[in-house]
Design a binder for this molecule. Structure first.
Ligand code: PRP
Ligand code: URA
Length: 208
């Protein structure tokens, strides 16, 4: 599986505003949500459709529909929640699970504190959401949790990734496709993405 980096002028435009330290909470949230919808649009390019009969005001015709019941969105708390509104605009009937992980600030290892997944998750394609893919520890741990519950097909959507995070996911979970809006240069010595956008959770929730 390869990673997909969205290389689109409008994504670059939105990320330029997102990165700016002067961008406030309201605009930051709106942009994360919009970028999430665009990432999801790209990730669902391979969605299977079924034929349905539709009568328009003019004629009977065949159309195609996606069965939303086959999908679940799973945000990694907290920051992943900022992507949920956007992906639901695209697929409003998908089920939603939650995985709670935070990074220990010293070891950078993910600490698990919550997991609630929809019924029959093993039969669904899971779209995992987290705006930041830094060391890849949180993403990898979340994917492991999903696989333990029997999930077979997982796509990981992130807004900004560091090369080391992408490599970690590819090594631990080569079957998972990554959709990333922008690939950054590196991590700094405390595990933050550079140039990045700072702490995504704090910027979405205004906690710092
Ligand atoms: C951030 C981010 C990812 C993780 C990425 O969450 O939202 O989950 O860090 O880092 P990693 O790739 O090195 O694991 P954080 O731990 O700050 O928790 P929060 O979302 O609750 O703020
Ligand atoms: N988590 C964030 O929110 N930002 C980073 O740069 C790295 C991890």
């Amino acid at each position: 599986m390869k990673e997909v980096i969205l290389n689109h002028p409008m994504i670059k435009h939105k990320i330029s505003i997102l990165r700016n330290e002067k961008t406030g909470t309201k605009e930051f949230r709106e942009l994360v949500s919009e970028i999430a919808m665009l990432l999801c649009y790209e990730a669902l390019k391979d969605a299977k459709t079924e034929k349905v009969d539709v009568t328009t005001p003019m004629a009977k015709t065949k159309c195609e529909r996606v069965d939303e019941n086959n999908y679940a969105f799973v945000p990694i708390l907290r920051a992943g929640m900022g992507m949920v509104d956007g992906v639901l605009k695209l697929m409003p009937n998908a089920k939603i699970g939650h995985i709670g992980l935070y990074r220990n600030e010293e070891t950078l290892e993910p600490v698990r504190y919550y997991c609630k997944l929809p019924e029959n998750i093993k039969k669904k394609e899971v779209i995992l959401l987290d705006p930041m893919l830094a060391t890849g520890g949180s993403g990898s741990a979340a994917i492991t949790m999903l696989k333990k519950d029997g999930v077979k097909k997982i796509k990981f959507l992130c807004v900004i990734a560091a090369p080391v995070g992408i490599e970690r996911i590819k090594k631990d979970h080569p079957d998972v496709e990554i959709f990333c809006a922008q690939l950054d240069d590196k991590l700094n010595d405390i595990g933050y993405i550079v140039p990045g956008l700072g702490d995504a959770g704090d910027r979405i929730y205004g906690t710092k």
